[in-house]
Design a protein. Structure first.
Length: 95
């Protein structure tokens, strides 16, 4: 299994528009072959911080995911909303 955590931070005032695109891309992603699960979160103390927790069957499933039209559309819709580069962590499950 391939466990990933992503973090995005958006400009003040862009939270709701980003959230709409975020929900849309996650909804489509849940239907992808190889996606075991994917969940999205918005920070309670900093509403401009969004996180994704996902699990993929393998690296190939994730590689296919990042080439899908909905991921490309999300990137295009949100590129000017982010005020810093996103962060991604690839992990192994401990327990």
């Amino acid at each position: 299994m391939d466990y990933r955590f992503l973090r995005f931070h958006v400009n003040r005032g862009c939270e709701e528009k980003f959230k709409e695109a975020f929900i849309q891309v996650l909804t489509h992603t849940r239907e992808e072959e190889g996606c075991v699960y994917i969940n999205g979160y918005q920070d309670q103390q900093d509403p401009g911080t969004f996180r994704i927790q996902s699990c993929w069957e393998n690296q190939q499933a994730f590689d296919a995911h990042i080439t899908t039209p909905h991921v490309k559309q999300f990137g295009n819709l949100t590129k000017d909303m982010k005020d810093e580069p996103g962060e991604m962590y690839i992990t192994d499950r401990v327990i």
